[in-house]
Structure formats: C-alpha cells, structure tokens
Design a protein around this ligand. Structure first.
Ligand code: GAL
Length: 642
C-alpha cells in the first residue's frame, strides 16, 4: 500500500497550496524560482480549479495545468494534485439547481462562494466523477505527481429531496424495516410513528425540538454520504495509478466526519490547522490536534497540509502570526509526528474572499519579514531528515468517539454548555503541561499497550466499547472515566438502573442523578489525598458500590456524595470523576493517576510553557512563551530511543 514514505522519499515535505490560476502565466516561473529558494518541495495544486479546468460541461482546458506541472517538475518540486470537487463551477448549479445544498430551512445555498454541493445529488456525483476521471487520466503518471488530495475539508451538509431518498435507504440498511426504525427512534414519544418510508425525512426545521435519534442518525448519514463521495474519487484516481497515495485534509477536532472511519479509507492522514494567535491555549489545542492526526493514522507519520504563516482572514480579528511562531508551530507538528509542513497558501491572493489571508509569499513580496522566515524554516526543515518516518512513543491513550461526541451535544441535554472537546481538553491540558505524550484511540480498538487510558466523556456507549474498556482494566490497565458517561446506547436509548450503564461493576459506582450546576456555582469538594478543591458545571448523585471515595462534596444537596472514586477491578484500576475539578485539582489528580500507572513525562520539571516531545532519536523542546529559558541536563541519561 502506498503511504507518506512515497511522498517524502526521505525528506521532510515543505510547501503549501498553490493557486496559479489566479495569476498570469508570466508569474509562474517566478513562483517556481522563489519556491526553490525557499526550500519548497511539495505544493498542493488544483483544489479550486474546477472552473479553470472545465469552463463548460463539454470543454476541458488542461493546457495551463500542463504548463504549471511541467514548470514545477523542472524545478524539482513535487505536486499534491487535488480533485477540484469541493467547489463546483457556476454552470453546474445553474444547469442543475438540485446539486445546490438545501439547509434545514429548505432554502438553497447558491453559488458565488464555495462548497455549494449536495453530496447526494446524482448530477453532482456524476460531474465530480467526470472531472476526477479527466484529471486522473491526464496526470496519474505525471512525473511531478506525488500525492492525490481528494476534495477539500469534507463537511458540507444538505437536507434536500435527494438526501431524504438516500437517508431512507441508509435507514433501511441499518434497521431493516419500519418497525425497526420506529423502535430505534422511540417514535412512540410525541406521536412520531412512521407508517410509510415516504414519511421519513431529514431533520428539517421543525416546530419544537427534533427527535434526538433522528438527528443523530442524520449526522451519521451525512458523514457516510461524504465518505462515499471521497471513496468514489479515491477509487477513480487509484484505478489510473495505484502507486500514488491518496489523502484528504482533516480539520482539527471536527464533529461532522468520523476521523477513525475516514482515516481507514485513505493512505495517509493530513491536517489543516489554524491555531488562533490570540488564544492563550493555542499551543495546547494545536498539540492535541497533532496527536489526534498521528493516532488516526495508527501512529504513522502524517502531513500538516495547511497552516497560515500570517493571518487567517476568516477570523473576526485576523491578527498575524508573530515572528517565530510559524516555525514553533511547524516544529511542534514535526515533533508530534508530521513528515511535512504545508501552508495555505504559497502566494497571497489579490482578489476574492481570501485576499486578506496570510501566505508564504505575502502581498509585501519576497522582501518581507514573513517570507524571510519562510526561507529560514525551509532551510531548517531540510536539515531534519533524520526524523522522517520516526514514531512518537506514548503510554497514554485518550478514547475519542464520534458517535458519543455527537450524541452528547444533541439538544435538550442536562447542560447545553457541555461540549465534548472541552471535556477532552480538561484532561489533556494537565498532561500536556506535564509533558506526558498522549495518543488517541477508538473506544473499541486495542488498548493493551497503554499504561493509562483516559475517557474524558463517553455519554453514549455500545456493548463492544463497554466490554473493551472493562477488559483493558481487568487485564491490568488503569482507566479514568469522566462525568456523564455510560448514559445511552447507540440508538440514544437511556440505560436504566443507574449509570454508568454497563460500567457500574468496573467503576464500583452507581450514579442515580446527573446534577448540572448553574453558571458561576462552585462545588466545594474535600479530599485528604488530593487536597480540597472546587469544581464547576457538573456533579452527580453517586453511590459507591465498592470504589474508594477519593474526593467528596461538602455542603449543599450533594453533601457527602463522592465525586472522585478509585476502584480496583481485576488486575487493574478504574477511576470515576463525576464532576469537573478545577485545573489545579485536575493536575494533582492526573499526577497521582500517572504515578500509580507508571506513566512518566518526557522530561520532568521543565519551566512552564516548555513543551517536550520525543520523536525517534530526537528530543524536541518547544518554548511557547517569548522570554528566554535555560534548561540544564546532566550527561546523557535518556532512555534509548525507540
Ligand atoms: C481552509 C481551506 C483553504 C483556505 C484556508 C484559509 O479551510 O482548505 O482552501 O480557505 O482554509 O484559512
């Protein structure tokens, strides 16, 4: 199977999106010269070129792309060639209005922007496949071609008649018949029983809250339809040359596409990430995304497909990246497993919606602070070839589950501010600050190689995942489970008899009531071993069923209820945390859990804001603050690199 190693060929990749169709041909040779001088060795071409390649349904214009690919190849620059299907040309929407996506309100989104397609519209599918076929037939064996980049940032949703029809078929496949559907969706509630498939609809705009199982299934269905679009294009390009690897670009933590399923469908994982330079947690959030990408690819190297060397023009306040920050974030990607650093985009657009976006070659030109940094980074990455292909060791896995994520954020949950990624970040943050490297893992995947498994939240859990995590602890693992977990089954049916439904034995606790707290209310918690602390947003009426209470509520209606519990189970240990402890308390708690589980930081006792990651034989030390820090290390007492 082809992979990133076929693209890197032993060197870190460096470059960005290149949109030559926005520029007159005399600029192109200059681009290639400047790219070479900057150390660029891979550019992504054609992402938004559909109209330039097929200006009318029956006319293809490849001459300009022939020239561009030829120039790049002559300049020794490889190409990630896109299938341009993320942004259909106006002629498609004009001739086939049914290819334009409909919102839940029934209103069509028109052309004039991008991403205006319905993933289920047969005319869109046909046209997307036709342009993909044409591009693949022409370039699949081009010597500059290193990688296929399918579509772009899949995420478009539609609620039209085509989608309704496909949704019914998808539901038939899942539930068999209408009785199955009615049972799974609980349509006995509010007189929603369906007697004919034609009555079944996408969750369009309704009078009051939508059926949650219908909502959740539609999210699953939309994901499946986008994946079908991707797979069709992937298969089309593979048919022309199976040796060229295929990817599509993910977006950090993105609820709409299930990263585990998508990553399994591509040859390598790639990420678009735009940390906000005004966010004090930007470095931590970025580290988390990068760890996720490495994990989605099963620990293999991944590709940073887009980041901005300047402002991201879609931000309400588009502050540029301060000097040195693009380098720092690039090194963070490499440290956390990336074998390439690409940007959006090479040359800044003069027109269009992204005319204010940062670029490797900004509007100011090559004689600019940003471009000088780009050149310096290119030179530096060229000297880091020893890291190419190396892995990043980790003893900790975070369980990440897209169904549980979608379900916990459905309407009418006990606290509408309860966000899945916030819960993940609360556990990730103290570990990141302590330089403990973390992977992510699916709930039903192999876990035995980890010393610690963290489940910040798993509101919805099915039998396979429940058994997998219990088996991990029984065999000697350490598990920590966060609040509001084990509440519903995959049909969004509430477990009865107390929570966490399938895990009361494992965790040694029974939850009778979920107890969200109003904004601003602090829960007072006492603990002999962790020290007293406060918690916010969430608490639970727990009853220990054998677990040792480690921290207990003081005062109020939950007085004496344990909110941190530790339970020996089989050969392992399971912790349940029924609230959201303050960041300091989380740090103390996770330090204790790590110490018990034998999880060690990459380097202990580093100054604040210094991130340490080991990759292969290299130790990366990244300082996220501006001043100077000094780190002294004695001798070479590192464990042997893996
Ligand atoms: C991404 C997209 C790029 C560009 C970039 C700007 O979403 O893939 O084409 O629009 O954002 O930040």
């Amino acid at each position: 199977m082809p992979g990133l190693q076929d693209v890197t060929r032993g060197r870190l990749l460096y470059g960005g999106d290149y949109n030559p169709e926005q520029w007159p041909p005399h600029v192109w040779p200059d681009d290639v010269r400047l790219m070479r001088e900057a150390g660029v060795n891979l550019v992504t071409v054609g992402v938004f070129s559909w109209a330039a390649l097929q200006p009318a349904p029956d006319r293809f214009t490849f001459d300009w792309l022939d020239t561009v690919l030829g120039l790049l190849h002559d300049g020794g620059i490889g190409v990630a060639l896109a299938t341009p299907t993320a942004s259909p040309p106006p002629w498609l929407g004009h001739r086939h209005p049914d290819t334009l996506p409909e919102g839940p309100d029934g209103i069509r989104r028109l052309y004039g922007s991008r991403n205006q397609y319905c993933p289920c519209a047969p005319a869109y599918r046909r046209a997307a496949l036709a342009i993909t076929e044409a591009v693949a037939a022409r370039y699949a064996h081009h010597p500059a071609l290193r990688l296929w980049h399918i579509g772009n940032e899949y995420g478009t949703a539609c609620h039209c008649g085509h989608c309704a029809e496909r949704f019914r078929g998808w539901l038939r496949g899942r539930y068999g018949d209408l009785d199955g559907l009615n049972a799974a969706w609980g349509t006995a509630v509010w007189s929603q029983r369906y007697g004919d498939w034609a009555e079944v609809l996408p969750p369009r705009r309704v009078q009051y809250v939508i059926n949650p199982s219908q909502d959740l299934d539609y999210q699953r269905f939309c994901d499946a339809m986008l994946l079908e679009c991707f797979t069709a294009e992937r298969d089309a390009v593979r048919a022309h040359n199976p040796a060229v690897p295929v990817t599509t670009n993910f977006m950090d933590f993105y609820r709409h596409t299930d990263g585990w399923r998508w990553a399994a469908a591509e040859d390598l994982v790639s990420l678009d990430t735009y940390p906000d330079p005004n966010d004090p947690l930007a470095a931590m959030r970025a580290a988390m995304s990068k760890d996720l990408m490495r994990s989605l690819g099963g620990g293999r190297p991944w590709l940073l497909a887009e980041q901005s060397p300047g402002a991201a023009s879609w931000r309400p306040v588009a502050t540029p990246i301060r000097p040195g920050l693009n380098r720092l974030w690039s090194m963070q990607a490499v440290a956390r497993g990336a074998d390439g650093v690409l940007h959006f985009q090479w040359r800044a657009s003069r027109q269009g919606a992204e005319r204010g976006h940062g670029a490797m070659l900004p509007h100011a030109g090559a004689d600019s602070r940003v471009h000088r940094e780009i050149r310096a980074l290119g030179a530096e990455l060229a000297g880091l070839s020893e890291v190419v292909g190396a892995t990043v060791p980790s003893d900790v896995a975070f369980v990440l589950d897209w169904d549980a994520w979608r379900a916990v954020e459905l309407e009418h949950q006990p606290h509408d501010g309860f966000r899945y990624t916030d819960r993940v970040l609360e556990y990730y943050a103290p570990l990141w600050r302590d330089n403990v490297t973390c992977d992510f893992a699916p709930a039903d995947g192999p876990l035995s190689r980890y010393r610690l498994v963290v489940v910040p939240n798993l509101y919805q859990v099915g039998p396979a995942a429940a058994a997998n995590l219990a088996g991990y602890v029984t065999a000697g693992g350490t598990l920590v489970v966060g609040p509001f977990s084990g509440v519903t089954d995959p049909d969004e049916r509430v477990y009865t008899g107390g929570w966490p439904g399938p895990w009361q034995d494992l965790l040694g606790v029974r939850v009778e009531e979920h107890w969200p707290l109003p904004d601003g209310e602090l829960l007072d918690v006492v603990s002999d071993t962790l020290g007293d602390f406060t918690a916010t947003m969430w608490a639970e009426w727990t009853v220990s069923r054998g677990a040792d209470p480690v921290a207990t509520v003081r005062g109020g209606p939950l007085h004496d209820r344990p909110v941190v519990l530790r339970n020996g189970h089989g050969a392992g240990t399971a912790w349940y945390v029924a609230t959201l402890p303050s960041p300091d308390a989380m740090r103390r708690l996770l330090r204790r859990i790590c110490a018990e589980a034998g999880v060690a930081p990459v380097l202990p006792d580093l100054p604040p804001d210094v991130e340490a990651v080991r990759r292969g034989g290299l130790l990366f030390l990244l300082h996220h603050d501006t001043g100077k820090v000094e780190i002294r290390r004695e001798g070479n007492r590192d464990p042997a690199p893996d």
